[in-house]
Design a protein around this ligand. Structure first.
Ligand SMILES: [Zn+2]
Length: 233
């Protein structure tokens, strides 16, 4: 299993390594619990990934889509040299998902691996849920992500500077919205100068503990299915 993080701005209240820490923590906890049972081998996390929606922010360190695709291919080629025939990406950064989907098919074709994409929580703009008053737009540094960080690393969270930043103008759109039937290209500073999108002010460590436990439970279940998964031909 390969955790994918990100080093990218997450608003003034969260650290740059938020996605890295969450993905790696979920992967670690799941492997600790069911790794032996399902013969799961944990690779070191890939910290830098495709975060160019945050390219405007100093401190964001990102790989281009082309570079990340090549890195994932290199990782897959090396994994294919081992006895492993399955490669699972535990992806903490929603901005990677589309590209990892492309990579998974390339890895299947080029290296014969069975490939999988999992998230700590499905991103709200990809069919997941978001806190009720975020109108499905808590996609970056919002209630849930901030809550998980308050649970995992409260010393890295500064709630004194957490502010609500929900793009209310999109609420009335039926189609063109996060998770709507019509997608749109966006950069995080399209929604304001702070860079987060969601409402971190309602985050709590208790909510974070529940979300983290649920993420680990779900991923352990998923690993059981992945280990048994077969294709018809
Ligand atoms: Zn994040």
């Amino acid at each position: 299993m390969q955790p994918l993080g990100a080093i990218e701005q997450h608003g003034p209240h969260l650290p740059f390594n938020t996605d890295l820490l969450i993905a790696d923590s979920v992967a670690d906890a799941a492997v600790e619990r069911v790794g032996f049972e399902h013969d799961v081998w944990l690779l070191p996390p890939l910290a830098y990934t495709k975060s160019n929606e945050h390219a405007w922010s100093a401190g964001t360190i990102w790989l281009s889509a082309d570079t990340l695709l090549r890195v994932l291919d290199d990782i897959g080629r090396c994994v294919a040299m081992t006895a492993a025939r399955r490669l699972v990406f535990m992806n903490g950064h929603g901005g990677n998902s589309a590209l990892v989907g492309v990579a998974n098919r390339e890895l299947r074709l080029r290296h014969g691996l069975m490939t999988f994409l999992a998230h700590p929580g499905v991103p709200p703009d990809q069919g997941g849920v978001s806190a009720a008053d975020e109108h499905g737009m808590g996609i970056h540094g919002g209630t849930d992500e901030t809550s998980i960080m308050l649970h995992l690393a409260p010393e890295l969270v500064d709630m004194d500077v957490a502010t609500r930043n929900v793009p209310e103008a999109l609420v009335d759109n039926r189609h063109v919205r996060f998770g709507g039937s019509v997608g749109f290209g966006w950069l995080s500073n399209d929604f304001g100068p702070d860079g987060h999108i969601g409402d971190p002010t309602t985050a709590t460590a208790e909510r974070g503990a529940q979300l983290f436990a649920a993420a680990v439970d779900a991923f352990c279940e998923a690993l059981a299915e992945i280990s048994e998964f077969t294709l018809p031909m």
